[in-house]
Write a protein that binds this ligand. Structure first.
Ligand code: GAL
Length: 687
């Protein structure tokens, strides 16, 4: 398999919704796409009512024409199945195909994502339109890939979901005795006598059953994966083009990203930065590192990002000039084989009319379109880095060589959302993000890893508050440490087994032996409260009563209930060590701790002096090695590097100075590009 549709170079473009515009505008779109160097358009994402205006009646004429027009202009198509947005005829004909909220309210059409993934009528309608599209366009030379659905994530309750949940539970537990034990239904008189008594966890009086809620999230994730697989099978039978679906990273999670990644021919993500300046860059790196990790180190596609403003919680967040360009290059440095946007042209009406686009309301004479055009030119110069993610070279080598990994799994995220935990401060997303951000400011690239996966390629594994851990995971982390790895485990990790039962014998029981501690008592802190540590710093959120069982204390509590007891410990095990952090360290404490662990493992940034806003990332493409340097800092920064600037052909050997916002890509290996090509690029250097 290979990316079809004549893809060369880095993919560049965005969501394109021609069904929302007259055909006159299409011609202007093509002109501007060519001007900006766009080579890829994602088409048809929410176009169901334009493709199938009545059940079973398809109108392909407009789609035929736009695909032909794009193809004639060397713009490849990522063709979507429009199944995230069923048309009104569907909900009128099949009301049971609409989603039901946790409160029991059946939603109706008028927006998007109004479908019930457990409804046979929805599944049949979605399969029908997917099959019709794949049959018509499966072999079309313009099609580069298939974009199935959009951001799977609709969670539904109600009778159809209850029925599906019961079947899933029967497979998991076999009999009701086991289910009653695992769900501990003796608590609050929840014992089930027949399968039909079991419901999905809709709104109830007080705290719901924790394991029931976790199982429901697992069930929903599997249900969405079934929906995805159904479409994959249909499209694979009719087309050689690879399939993907866009993950909405990193703030929501309704399915297991590893499982979705494994089902896809390549991983693609949507990512919207949540801040400006260096913090925004750290956020983009977080999404990119997750995408690459869910692709097991292979190249991946940035399916959506914003050129400027993003509608966020009622606020419009604008990007500073140059940020869209720098973020795009960041994604390429961390493995993206394409950089696409939501969306191409700004609509004058419709729900997202103030979400930024590549062509803004004001048109081509605009800062945004000029930056988009500049990005197109820059990406063309990076063409030699393009790797076909499903071609022969796609799976050969990891695109980055991270030596540090952060443990990440969906179960841990969902478990941290359990009601009734000792503190409401838990957020798996926040813990992993904070750890990643601290590494980013230290200039270190990292992967995310499932503790079930092979850890042997890493020197440091960080486990930020992973509440659940199985015996297999505990054994895997121990083997990693014994073999010489440095592990850091944060509070409350491994407190529960896979059924969300507290492991007896001390908290963090799954890892306690490896950590060399016995955790007797949890001492969560009130919101906003802090404790002092004997290294002069303060910490927040959490503290514990810890007894050393082989570990040594690195830092102690100097105030609060645990005064004088260990706060941070280290246990030397085999050739490595396991560090335990029993509280939420402040930024400087966290950075100091990670600096120490990285030094023990001999892990350094990809360029000297990187970190604190100067991003340095080494990227592999075939046998070539590239060093990306991006200065997100507000002042000029220096590093040393050896290589050829692939934009200008200039050789660097020694000190390199980067002005604020500067982007430099150096080929570190001997050039595989001719001098004539480099000469051609000299002009581009004036950008
Ligand atoms: C994405 C979605 C797009 C658009 C975008 C706006 O999550 O896939 O269709 O809504 O958000 O930020």
């Amino acid at each position: 398999m290979t990316l079809t549709g004549g893809a060369t170079g880095i993919l560049f473009g965005g969501d394109y919704n021609p069904e929302q515009w007259s055909e006159e505008v299409w011609h202007d779109d093509i002109r501007l796409m060519r001007q900006a160097g766009v080579n890829t358009a994602s088409v048809g994402i929410f176009a169901w009512s334009s493709i199938e205006p009545e059940e079973g009646r398809y109108e392909f004429g407009w789609l035929d024409r736009i695909i032909r027009l794009l193809h004639e202009n060397d713009i490849g198509v990522i063709l979507a199945t429009p199944t995230a947005s069923p048309p009104p005829w569907f909900s009128i004909a099949h009301p049971e195909g609409l989603p039901v909220t946790r409160e029991g309210v059946r939603l109706t059409h008028g927006s998007r994502d109004t479908y019930n993934p457990a409804s046979p009528a929805y599944r049949a309608a979605a399969s029908g339109v997917a099959r019709a599209l794949a049959a018509r366009y499966g072999a079309h030379p313009a099609i580069r890939a298939w974009h199935l659905h959009n951001e799977y994530g609709t969670v539904s309750y109600g009778p159809l979901v209850d029925a599906g949940f019961r079947v899933w539970l029967q497979k998991r537990y076999g009999d009701l005795t086991t289910l009653n034990r695992v769900w501990h239904t003796a608590f609050w008189s929840q014992g089930y006598g027949t399968w039909d008594e079991i419901l999905s966890p809709q709104q109830t009086q007080y705290l719901p059953n924790p394991t029931q809620v976790l199982d429901f999230k697992r069930f929903t994730a599997d249900l969405l994966l079934d929906c995805y697989r159904e479409q994959i099978d249909i499209v694979h039978a009719l087309s050689d083009a690879p399939v993907t679906t866009n993950f909405m990273l990193p703030t929501w999670l309704h399915y297991d990203s590893w499982a979705f990644g494994d089902a896809s021919d390549f991983v693609s993500i949507d990512h919207y930065v949540d801040a400006s300046g260096a913090d925004g860059a750290a956020h983009a790196a977080f999404g990119a590192d997750q995408a690459r990790s869910f692709a097991h180190g292979r190249p991946w596609l940035l399916m959506e990002q914003a050129a400027n403003t993003t509608q966020s919680g009622g606020r419009i967040l604008a990007k500073e000039p140059g940020q869209a360009l720098a973020t795009s290059v960041q994604h390429v440095s961390r493995g993206a084989f394409g950089v696409l946007f939501f969306q191409w042209r700004a609509p004058y009406s419709g729900a997202e009319f103030f979400h930024s686009t590549m062509v803004p309301h004001i048109g081509e004479d605009s800062r945004i379109f000029r930056e988009v055009t500049r990005l197109g030119e820059l990406l063309r110069t990076l063409a030699e880095l393009a790797i076909d993610p499903v071609g022969a070279d796609g799976g050969q080598r990891k695109v980055n060589g991270a030596r540090v990994a952060i443990a990440w799994e969906a179960d841990a995220w969902w478990a941290s959302e359990t009601a009734g935990l000792p503190s409401d401060a838990f957020s798996f997303y926040r813990s992993t993000r904070r750890t990643h951000r601290a590494l980013w400011y230290l200039g270190i690239i990292c992967d995310f890893v499932h503790l079930d996966h092979d850890l042997s390629g890493y020197d440091v594994v960080l486990v930020p508050s992973q509440l659940l851990a199985t015996d297999v995971q505990a054994a895997s982390l121990r083997a990693f440490v014994e073999a010489g790895g440095q592990a850091v485990v944060w509070y409350f990790s491994g407190t529960f087994d896979g059924d969300l039962h507290v492991i007896p014998g001390g908290y963090s029981g799954a890892f306690a032996d490896l950590l060399g501690v016995r955790i007797e008592e949890l001492l969560p802190l009130a919101e906003g409260a802090t404790v002092s540590l004997d290294d002069g710093r303060t910490a927040s959120e959490w503290s514990e009563r810890i007894e050393l069982r082989g570990a040594q204390a690195l830092v102690h509590y100097a105030s609060g209930h645990a005064t004088g007891l260990p706060a941070v410990t280290r246990h030397e095990v085999g050739a490595g060590s396991a560090t335990y952090v029993s509280t939420e360290l402040g930024d400087s404490g966290l950075s100091l701790l990670l600096t120490d662990v990285l030094a023990r493992a001999g892990v350094e940034p990809d360029a000297p002096g990187a970190g604190a806003g100067l991003e340095a990332v080494r990227r592999y493409a075939g046998t070539d090695v590239y060093l990306f340097l991006i200065n997100h800092d507000e002042s000029a920064r220096e590093t040393t590097a050896v290589g050829t600037d692939i934009l200008t052909g200039a050789r660097h050997h020694g000190v390199v100075t980067l002005a604020p916002g500067a982007v430099l890509v150096l080929r570190e290996t001997p050039s595989s590009v001719s001098n004539a090509e480099i000469d051609g690029r000299e002009a581009m250097a004036q950008l």
